[in-house]
Write a protein that binds this ligand. Structure first.
Ligand code: ADP
Length: 485
């Protein structure tokens, strides 16, 4: 994996580097070369114009054909100026100069290029100088020069006539050399950058792939059922986040595994105890240990236990539905007051048995809601069941509805044994049963409130508990009233 990521990255980086450097090289060298050529042209044109002027004056002095002494001195001065000019051109610009007559025959070349003397220029571009143009020529002048020259021409005009031309030529190799140097520099920089990129990409892929490889190993460990181990990745980037998510996943798997184990052990316990007592009683009845007059008493206990088992099975089925798929609500419109009335009536016997004072108060005559009838009935049933179960003899239970900001709030309140502060958060957990030492109150599966919570959550409602130990508990849930939905 390291190799693949590294290879992919290095290919991407190097291609990007090469493309940008080639592009940069082409752009820079073309910009530079046109700048340098232009500079050279401007300089040569200036020089050519100057020597052409000196030469024109020199020609003029000759044309006058005077023989007096001042003129002769003047001519000598001109000649010296011209040769000085040519010398400095040669020295500073490596440029040479030659003059032609009006037939383009070289009449005066500078020392370095005396091989041109007497030659006739045949290059068409250069001939345009006779039409008083300033030609710019690049080439070897039909092979006279060994390397490419830039040649600029300037007409020499005496009176109205073009009597010849002055040319300045300079080799192009310095421009070429600069471009070559630039290409070499670009290649060198490219190589250095490529090496740096290689090292950086390698280091980077190591930081990415190492934790990924670690995670891979870890995933295998988790797959084999060991959820204990955690990953340690320092980085704050996406890889770090991935590792964190990975750890969270492992933790939640571990929690789930623990819940599963607790679930199975709770279920086994809850199944075993009633089954053991039922089997015991039935055996005793069958083998005659229990006298016939007491059989009904024990059969009633067996019936009681079997009801408990069937309740537990129902709770488990409900919980399973909640766990496996999102709770599906079968929404209908109904009067919540009616539902409460009917549900409370189911407890008539138990309430009378315990001599509990039952109070029911509704905020309105009818309170229509749009909800799942069966599930809300289950909620009220479970809350009532707890209220009755945890009430003392001669206690009081009140069920009340109130309007709160477009919602209906239902409270089921008892003055029974109450719930310890530290237990109040746990009571909604699955299988949580309060203090097991309190004998008669431990009947139950510990699933009732978790079912209540899930059903209310599915309706988008809220559920809370207010309770004080030994004083009583109040469970309140809210449902949106019909016109708010
Ligand atoms: P159970 O089947 O044990 O009633 P629940 O989930 O309904 O399971 O309740 C969990 C625990 O919450 C109970 O065991 C009990 O300790 C506590 N509890 C619930 N309702 C009441 C109440 N009205 N008064 C006192 N304790 C309560």
């Amino acid at each position: 994996m390291l190799k693949t990521i590294f290879r992919k990255q290095i290919v991407a980086y190097l291609s990007a580097l090469i493309i940008s450097f080639v592009f940069l090289g082409i752009v820079l060298s073309s910009v530079f070369s046109s700048y340098l050529v232009n500079q050279k042209r401007v300089l040569l044109t200036e020089q050519c114009e100057r020597i052409a002027q000196i030469y024109t004056q020199y020609q003029f002095l000759y044309a006058e054909n005077f023989s007096d002494r001042t003129l002769q001195i003047e001519r000598v001065n001109m000649r010296t100026r011209l040769s000085k000019e040519l010398d400095s051109m040669q020295m500073y610009m490596n440029a040479n100069c030659f003059f032609t007559d009006k037939n383009m025959k070289v009449v005066l070349p500078s020392e370095e290029i005396d091989f041109l003397y007497g030659e006739k220029i045949t290059e068409e571009t250069l001939k345009t100088v006779l039409q008083r143009e300033i030609p710019i020529y690049r080439g070897t002048l039909s092979g006279y020069f060994t390397d490419t020259q830039m040649i600029i021409g300037y007409p020499i005009i005496v009176g109205e006539n073009v009597v010849g031309a002055a040319f300045v030529s300079a080799p192009m190799d310095d421009v070429n050399k600069t471009i070559k140097d630039m290409i070499v520099m670009t290649l060198l920089t490219l190589t250095v950058s490529a090496v740096v990129a290689f090292i950086m990409v390698y280091a980077m892929s190591m930081t990415i792939t190492k934790p990924i490889l670690k995670m891979n190993e870890h995933a295998k460990v988790i797959a084999s059922g060991d959820f204990e181990k955690r990953l340690y990745v320092k980085s704050n980037d996406e890889v770090g986040q991935l590792a964190e998510s990975f750890n969270n996943m492992a933790e939640s798997l571990q929690n789930q595994e623990e819940t599963r184990r607790a679930f199975i052990s709770n279920i086994s316990h809850d199944l075993r105890s009633p089954l053991t007592s039922m089997t015991g009683f039935l055996k005793a009845i069958l083998d005659g240990t229990v006298p016939p007059e007491k059989q009904n008493h024990y059969l009633a206990i067996v019936l009681d236990e079997s009801e408990r088992l069937s309740n537990l099975a129902n709770d488990l089925l409900d919980l399973n539905k909640i766990r496996t798929l999102d709770i599906e609500l079968d929404i209908s419109r109904f009067d919540l007051n009616e539902l409460i009335r009917k549900t409370v009536l189911m407890f008539e016997n138990r309430v009378t048995e315990k001599n509990i004072n039952m109070v029911v108060n509704f905020a309105n005559n009818t309170d229509y809601v749009r909800a799942d009838y069966d599930k809300i009935q289950r909620v009220v049933y479970n809350l009532m069941d707890n209220a009755v179960k945890f009430s003392r003899e001669n206690g009081e239970i009140s069920v009340e509805t109130t309007d709160v900001d477009g919602a209906i709030s239902v409270s089921v309140k008892d003055n029974g044994i109450g719930i310890k502060k530290e237990d109040q958060k746990k009571i909604f957990d699955r299988f949580y049963k309060g203090d097991t030492s309190r004998g008669e109150y431990t009947k139950g599966s510990g699933l009732g409130l978790s079912i209540v919570r899930e059903f209310i959550k599915a309706h988008g409602g809220q559920l809370r508990v207010i309770s004080e130990l030994d004083k009583g508990s109040e469970f309140i849930f809210t449902l949106k009233s019909e016109d708010q939905q």
